[in-house]
Design a protein around this ligand. Structure first.
Ligand code: SAM
Ligand code: SF4
Length: 328
């Protein structure tokens, strides 16, 4: 059985797949896409739920244990609840989680719980309506807050993802950390990544070490252990808190050595590294319903996974891309 597993050429076990079920979104976050938007995947190119299910089932049979449904905004795709329901019943899948901007959660949280979603990662970068609007270019903070409350009510554990940007929202770091005193959420501070390569992006990056130093000026915290299927965050517990904090440092302290993931884009290509332009098109095999060919392709993709990316806090040599088409 072990030789069926997905192991890359650096010996890393690949057990986590991110599925971008759409590239459409009801927000336009400044770090995710340029102001003018990005070309959309055509309806013909978007994978059907049947095709997404085929990849998921095949990947799980090869050792994928955790699936994150993402996008674009996954909750805007029609039929998402039925799809999640099907995913959650794949035998061998240990974790089904979803990343959302939270705008539609108030209406959908109960149904997501019933569909088998075990955790929600909710992107929230500011508690201030004006700043939130500047970052998302159109969002309504009240809706996200109501969505978080609905997730709690539905009993789904919540992680809050804050992309920290100097001079934009970093003044709120301590407020986000303080949220864990009152709520059992995991709040994760993510270093801004230059995916769209906006001008002077370097000035926006607040390194994880600085984030932690600033939190330490107000709070006492201690390290938490790292669970096997956990993501790349280094996690901490603030004294007396109900929740936890975490720092994700893709630039200042990349975690490529422990990388266990591959990503399926909404158009049916697979990226084995976020910052690699190498993409492999699974669509022809999926359109043909050929699970055996999907298996061969997944093994090849994992075999070709780069050892690490080359992006640092000051230099980025990749082609600009919108995270909404890849799923973060
Ligand atoms: N729409 C959903 C959302 O926003 O949660 C899911 C898709 S979004 C692309 C997934 C994650 O990528 C979000 O948590 C978002 O904050 C993160 N992300 C997008 N662009 C980023 C960037 N340039 N740097 C760091 N994180 C980014
Ligand atoms: Fe949409 Fe998520 Fe990108 Fe924001 S980060 S524009 S919510 S896909």
């Amino acid at each position: 059985m072990e030789n069926m597993k997905l192991i890359d050429s650096y010996g890393r076990k690949i057990n986590y797949m991110r599925l971008a079920v759409t590239d459409r979104c009801n927000l336009r976050c400044r770090y995710c896409m340029p102001a003018q938007g990005v070309p959309k995947v055509t309806p013909q190119e978007i994978l059907s739920y049947e095709e997404l299910y085929l990849v998921a089932r095949t990947a799980v049979s090869m050792g994928i244990e955790k699936i994150r449904v993402t996008g674009g905004e996954p909750l805007v795709r029609k039929g998402i609840l039925e799809f999640l329901n099907r995913l959650s019943s794949i035998s061998g899948l240990k974790e089904l989680v979803l990343t959302t901007n939270g705008l539609l959660l108030e209406e959908m949280a109960e149904d997501l719980a019933r569909a088998g979603v075990q955790r929600l990662n909710i992107s929230l970068d500011s508690f201030d309506q004006q700043t939130f609007k500047e970052i998302t270019r159109c969002g309504d903070l009240k809706k996200v807050s109501a969505g978080i409350a609905a997730a709690e009510q539905a009993g789904i554990p919540v992680k809050i993802n804050m992309v920290v940007m100097r001079g934009v929202n970093d003044a709120e770091l301590l407020d986000f950390a303080a949220l864990t005193l009152k709520k059992p959420h995991a709040v994760r501070f993510i270093e801004y990544m230059p995916t769209i390569k906006e001008e002077n992006w370097q000035s926006l990056v607040v390194p994880g070490s600085e984030i932690l130093e600033r939190i330490a000026q107000k709070f006492t915290y201690k390290n938490l252990d790292h669970a096997e299927l956990a993501g790349p965050a280094r996690n901490y517990h603030i004294e007396g808190a109900k929740g936890s904090i975490g720092v994700i440092t893709p630039l200042s302290g990349h975690f490529c050595g422990d990388c266990n993931r591959i990503r399926l884009t909404a158009a049916g290509t697979v990226r084995s590294c976020l910052f690699s332009e190498r993409e492999y098109d699974l669509k022809p095999f999926l359109r043909a319903g050929d699970a055996a060919a999907v298996k061969v392709a997944l093994r090849r993709i994992v075999g070709d996974k780069p050892g690490q990316h080359q992006i640092t806090s000051t230099e980025a040599d990749h082609q600009a891309f919108a995270m909404s088409s890849i799923g973060g």
